[in-house]
Design a protein around this ligand. Structure first.
Ligand code: C5P
Length: 225
């Protein structure tokens, strides 16, 4: 069964209120730079103390030793998932996985805010974002990375090719494309699940809603069928 992860990209006070409001739902909470920089360990503990799993989304991308040290620190914090950029390369990914005793390492492929223009920017030979994501998925699998962050546009191909070898984590989830904001590769929750997403990541549609509970319920309903 797919799971829903709420991205807490907001101020501490609002994040704590959301944790209380959403305490009855089977959710994962994602902490990124916005909250982790001012709050660090405290916000991780607030989430864990309420019985939720924690996804630390700091997208490590550095030399292998520095990333290994960062993963070790995250492991000590007790987070359940963390992200590294798969573009950091094989050595970096291998060192990250070596330090991960309990935490699941997720390789970010191509950010969901990028589209085809990103390939021109990078001057790569990839003909499509999908081709680049599939290549990075292959790298993740061969380096033992536990999961991949990709868009709903690629998740079907990844599931088909790698099955349960990669946890598929999908941001860029929107009820309607008109509300994409800075995201480019977006799809609805139901479609993402149908294509094989294991974890749906949703931020603004939930945290900026006047009724986050009803948005969560709506997503959980489409996840359940
Ligand atoms: O508000 P929204 O639903 O667009 O939030 C998506 C979340 O997922 C953000 O926290 C963003 O940092 C994260 N994310 C993403 N694309 C990735 C990896 C993470 O949008 N490839």
């Amino acid at each position: 069964m797919a799971r829903l992860c709420v991205a807490l990209d907001t101020e501490t006070e609002k994040a704590l209120k959301l944790l209380d409001k959403l305490s009855d739902y089977p959710l994962i909470f994602k902490v990124g730079h916005k909250l982790f920089i001012p709050e660090g360990k405290r916000i991780i503990n607030e989430i864990k103390d309420r019985g939720f799993e924690v996804f630390l989304d700091l997208k490590f991308h550095d030399i292998p030793n520095t990333v290994a040290l960062a993963v070790k620190s995250a492991e000590q914090l007790g987070v359940d998932y963390l992200t590294v950029h798969s573009l950091g390369g094989g050595q970096m990914l291998k060192r990250a996985v070596e330090e991960a005793a309990h935490v699941k390492v997720l390789g970010v492929s191509v950010l969901t805010s990028h589209g085809k223009e990103y390939l021109r920017f990078l001057r790569t030979g990839f003909k499509s974002v999908r081709e680049m994501v599939m290549y990075l998925a292959e790298v993740c699998v061969s380096d033992g990375v536990h999961g991949i962050v990709c868009s709903a546009e690629e998740v079907g191909d990844i599931k088909e090719r790698f099955g349960d070898r990669l946890i598929t984590v999908v941001p860029g989830i929107r009820f309607s494309k008109e509300n994409a904001q800075d995201q480019k590769r977006v799809l609805t929750p139901g479609e993402a699940v149908r294509r094989g997403a294991d974890i749906l990541v949703m931020g603004r549609e939930i945290i900026n809603s006047p009724e986050p509970e009803s948005v969560v319920e709506r997503v959980l309903k489409s996840i359940n069928g």
